[in-house]
Ligand binder design. Structure first.
Ligand code: TXA
Ligand code: MG
Length: 350
């Protein structure tokens, strides 16, 4: 299959392209599209045969449920049994935006979406291209991140092309994703709201609205069994082995330099994930040195993380030595992805 890539500008959307893409969705085929978090791989969420194609293209395990994307709040009623007061508050505050909520599902949601669970994940994205596509498709769009299963999520159309070229008909190229990390997943189907996956909508944001929100233990700790099916799989993983160092900045830098010498000496190709502040401390003899962004702008770090991990894959890096970050606000999402990418290798330097 030939994969076409059409560029669309979010502030000047070409509706002809959106309509073509919507026709592909309506005909039961797949389209990759930008959202504010990461690129999605979309299909008609109420068409079982179409959704099957998502699992096939990604190589995704069938018990890992998908998010349904809507463009109007009124679409929610059809898809869920009830919307709690807590969910209503979150909708008011955070939709459209990078928050997915888990509800008790209605009968019309196919089992293939939910992996057999009685709950369904729903999100209303704020990216205008995504919204127009959903609106013109006239159906909720099921969309996981548009990467091959196990690879870092795609934050540009190039990343999607790299993973899915030949497997899907169309990629809408809307430029780089603003957040760069997948949406926060919040379970509002039970009595106590629980964060199952951290994202741009942070714990600190959520407790302002829902003070009793709790966090699934597995988010920041390796070895705990996650509540969300998708979180149990090895995720976001670069091909090389990744080690993340946390502690005082100076000590972290000198430890990374020491480790890089050791690994290089043993014949490994090493990459260092530094920051704008620390990059000048390393030299090219330490390895391939990449800046992930500025410590004074944590948003830049979230935006660049997956791109930097993909860069390491492109360069066939064996060992990635990364600086770590504080776990508050967006830092929780960043450190959660680093925990997964490193297979739990987060090392505290004393
Ligand atoms: O930002 C995002 O959420 C992106 C864009 C495209 O919207 N999508 C995305 O989808 O990240 P995916 O499939 O890569 O991640 C969905 C996560 C998985 O961890 C999955 O297990 C969880 O949501 N999930 C889906 N339905 C669930 C349910 N009923 N209960 C618990 N977790 C669920
Ligand atoms: Mg994913």
């Amino acid at each position: 299959m030939e994969t076409k890539v059409y560029k669309v500008q979010e502030d000047n959307i070409d509706l002809n392209i959106i309509k073509q893409a919507a026709d592909i969705i309506k005909s039961g085929q797949l389209v990759s599209f930008p959202t504010e978090t990461v690129y999605g791989l979309g299909a008609d969420g109420l068409n079982e045969e179409a959704v099957k194609k998502i699992y096939k293209a990604k190589g995704r395990p069938s018990d890992n449920p998908l998010i349904l994307h809507i463009s109007e709040i009124s679409e929610l009623d059809n898809l869920v049994c009830e919307v709690s007061e807590e969910a209503k508050l979150c909708i008011k505050e955070f939709w459209p935006g990078p928050l997915t909520m888990i509800f008790k599902k209605s009968k019309i949601v196919p089992d293939i979406i939910t992996g057999g669970l009685d709950t369904v994940a729903i999100r209303m994205p704020s990216n205008k291209i995504a919204k127009e596509l959903i609106k013109h498709s006239n159906t909720p769009i099921a969309a996981p991140s548009a990467n091959l299963s196990g690879r870092p999520s795609p934050t540009s159309a190039d990343h999607v092309y790299e993973d899915l070229n030949g497997k899907i008909g169309l990629i809408i190229d809307g430029g780089r994703c603003d957040v760069g990390l997948e949406s926060t997943v919040l379970d509002v189907s039970g009595n106590i709201p629980m964060i199952l996956r951290p994202g741009k909508v942070s714990y600190e944001d959520l407790i302002k609205i829902l003070p009793n929100t709790i966090i699934d233990k597995s988010i920041l700790k390796d070895g705990e069994i996650p509540k969300s099916p998708g979180q149990k799989y090895k995720h976001y993983a670069p091909k090389g082995q990744m080690l993340v160092f946390i502690g005082e900045n100076e000590k972290v830098v000198s430890k990374i330099k020491e480790e890089s010498r050791k690994y290089t000496k043993n014949g490994n190709k090493v990459a260092i994930i530094a920051t704008d502040e620390s990059i000048k401390e390393y030299t090219t003899t330490d390895g391939l040195v990449l800046s992930i962004g500025s410590r004074h702008n944590i948003k830049s770090i979230g935006k660049n993380l997956f791109e930097v991990l993909r860069k390491c894959d492109d360069e066939n890096i064996d060992v990635i030595l990364s600086e770590g970050f504080e776990k508050d606000n967006l830092g929780m999402a960043i450190m959660n992805r680093m925990l997964k990418a490193s297979g739990g290798n987060i090392i505290k330097i004393k």
